[in-house]
Design a protein around this ligand. Structure first.
Ligand SMILES: [Zn+2]
Length: 90
């Protein structure tokens, strides 16, 4: 049974957290995305350049103090207030 679980997990698409640089299944990560129109949003559905941060982990709070790493990954400064909303989600 554990082997089957491992197989299934190995097939999940992995994304790298921009804070700790560990990989994790997409479901465990919050996705910041720079949409084609240039707006940065937190979304799983919008297309564009993405940056991921672990949900339910210290990475979430570090994202507030290390927002430059997200901005660097997206190659654009984060909009004012975006990370405030992030805090409300936790
Ligand atoms: Zn992380």
């Amino acid at each position: 049974m554990s082997a089957r679980t491992a197989l299934r997990e190995s097939q999940l698409p992995l994304r790298r957290c921009v804070i700790c640089r560990d990989s994790a299944p997409k479901a465990d990560l919050l996705r910041f995305v720079r949409r084609p129109d240039g707006e940065i949003v937190i979304s799983d559905q919008d297309h564009g350049r993405g940056a991921y941060v672990h949900v339910d982990s210290p990475c979430m709070s570090e994202a507030v103090t290390q927002s430059k790493q997200i901005a660097h990954a997206l190659r654009r400064p984060l909009p004012e207030g975006l990370l405030d909303r992030l805090g409300e989600r936790t």
